[in-house]
Design a protein. Structure first.
Length: 577
């Protein structure tokens, strides 16, 4: 069946699917009516709207859509990505269109989609592969995982790398400039190895899915370290005397002042791996006792398009986040230490909200990921454009949604809360360890308790834990049940628990591959708001959240461990009792 040829938006009657969902008890009549009104007003797909805004079982939704549209459902979770067809469709295109080519038959390419109305994917894939396309339905959560596996795997990236010739790999950015040669009086030929070495380090870091690169000078040694899956490890020790030339090369690529070595500097590098794939590096220098330490944060725009199902929220936590995102006003706060995935959580929320009828503005320091359709402002305190000033300007720009990179002071907090109380949805981050501590941080800044209780609707505390490698993880049989109960597992969890341990194989690093989010998602209910108004401390607020049924970080981590996703070691590493 050539779905692309037979279905068009004009002849699609989404009320049939909506009726099926109501009859099956998956939607209420009010939800069905609201969804249809939204689809008519925005010309958006019903299934996409339901997936993004309603806590609905994606597998059951796929089966209902299959019955309604007469399209088969394919279990993509059983698909070996190594067997996917060789084609001209990039990973970015799969992420953008939320679709994956599964197999070929003759001159037909069968494409997995979770939304039968995703005609754009079928048409784009048809053009890119020069083949006719047919749709195959997939469970949205399983399709998300497959796309994530492809993005994290080596296939697409290795293809981009392989497309670079040897010379390209050494000329990805600027060659040695006259300014660099002046700062480092060596022959140009002598600097060529420096150029090659730096580019190789950057490429190796991308291949290994590192999040940060550290170039570190010491008295007698110089080392380069990668942070992979949250853990720093040494990768190479170049000669100590190359430190000034390596620093100069990185500063030239980042468009910094290479003659200034006394103060920290910030810069940015963009590395183009192919015509359609680019990786950004945020660069910072720090003068140390033995030279300039330089750290590069690797920013991959595709991480913001993974979808909420790929982040690791439990179903009830996802439902709370989606519910808060659909409110016309209020404040959503995401908290956690540096490198805990706060930015991706915020951008994922913005991606769900990013529709033509909404005016969305963000104030960030720095702008880590560019998003089309969103007005992103880079704050610049040197010229007076701080978070507070950007927020004031946003409120004069008819906003619907505002995102503040971080609430750091009372002025920013007061303006953000005022915006949340006057008909705007505000998203931001605070550097604390838990939901309860977030409230205390705002109180310590000087925000009145009644303003916090009236404006904050949801608090998300999060960490990133290393995910066990699916190829080599083995059952953990050495821990007795009594010890597991002492760690915090419930007896119900132990009935189904698949606790595993890392082993290590060619597919992973020490038994781990990738990371998964651990979350504490707390809705500010009336009892919690009353506790805030009554001056409760962090322990009392935490107790109120547990009484309301919201899991803390440790409980969420234990759930991931019982599901076989993370190890006991990771539970202890990323959470505390």
């Amino acid at each position: 069946m050539n779905f692309a040829a037979t279905y068009t938006p004009e002849n699609t009657h989404f009320s049939g699917l909506s009726t099926r969902l109501v009859a099956a008890g998956m939607l209420t009549h009010d939800q069905s009516n609201d969804a249809e009104r939204h689809v008519r007003s925005t010309n958006r797909s019903l299934i996409r709207h339901l997936i993004d805004t309603v806590n609905i079982d994606s597998k059951a939704l796929a089966e209902m859509a299959s019955a309604e549209y007469g399209i088969p459902v394919f279990d993509v979770s059983a698909m070996n990505r190594d067997l996917l067809p060789d084609h001209q469709i990039s990973n970015d295109m799969m992420v953008q269109h939320h679709a994956v080519p599964l197999f070929r038959r003759g001159n037909r390419l069968f494409v997995a989609v979770s939304d039968p109305m995703n005609l754009a994917a079928l048409n784009e894939f048809k053009f890119a592969a020069d083949m006719n396309t047919d749709a195959v339905l997939a469970d949205d959560a399983a399709l998300n995982q497959l796309i994530r596996d492809i993005a994290e795997g080596s296939n697409g990236l290795d293809r981009d790398m392989a497309a670079l010739s040897t010379d390209d790999q050494y000329d990805l950015e600027m060659q040695t400039s006259p300014a660099e040669e002046e700062a480092n009086p060596h022959d140009a030929a002598d600097d060529t190895p420096i150029v090659r070495f730096v580019n190789k380090i950057l490429l190796d870091a991308i291949r290994q899915r590192a999040s940060d690169i550290h170039f570190e000078p010491y008295e007698k040694v110089y080392r380069v370290r990668f942070r992979t899956d949250g853990i720093l490890r040494e990768v190479v020790k170049p000669p100590r005397n190359l430190a000034p030339r390596l620093a100069a090369r990185l500063k030239v690529m980042s468009r910094m002042d290479i003659s200034e070595r006394r103060v920290p500097q910030d810069g940015r590098i963009q590395m183009k791996l192919s015509k359609k794939r680019a990786i950004d590096f945020r660069v910072n220098t720090l003068p140390t006792l033995y030279g300039e330490k330089i750290v590069l944060r690797i920013l991959d725009p595709s991480s913001a398009r993974m979808g909420i199902d790929a982040l690791g929220y439990e179903p009830e936590q996802k439902a709370l986040y989606l519910e808060a995102l659909q409110k016309p006003q209020g404040m959503i706060l995401v908290t956690g230490p540096t490198g805990s995935g706060k930015t991706v959580s915020l951008y994922t929320g913005l991606g769900i909200l990013n529709e033509p009828e909404r005016n969305i503005s963000t104030a960030e320091d720095p702008v880590e990921i560019n998003m089309a359709g969103i007005n992103q402002v880079l704050v610049n305190p040197k010229v007076g454009l701080n978070f507070a000033e950007a927020l004031r300007s946003f409120l004069r720009q008819d906003p619907d949604v505002i995102m503040v990179g971080e609430i750091r002071d009372l002025e920013t907090a007061e303006i953000a809360i005022k915006a949340a109380q006057t008909g705007h949805l505000v998203l931001s981050t605070v550097h604390t360890n838990s939901a309860a501590e977030t409230v205390m941080r705002l109180l310590n800044m000087g925000v009145p308790a009644f303003n916090i209780a009236a404006s904050v609707t949801l608090i998300i505390a999060q960490r990133l834990a290393r995910r066990l490698c699916s190829h080599c993880a083995e059952p953990e049989a050495s821990v007795p049940q009594e010890a597991l109960l002492q760690l915090g597992f419930s007896t119900e969890q132990l009935d189904y628990a698949q606790i595993k341990k890392p082993v290590g194989c060619k597919h992973c690093e020490g038994g781990y591959k990738g990371r998964v989010g651990i979350y504490e998602v707390v809705k500010v209910t009336k009892p919690i708001a009353s506790a805030i108004m009554d001056g409760a401390n962090s322990l009392e607020l935490d107790h109120s959240a547990r009484e309301a049924g919201f899991n803390d970080l440790r409980q969420s981590a234990l759930k991931k461990c019982a599901d076989g996703l993370i190890s006991l070691e990771e539970v202890s590493r990323v959470t505390t009792d």
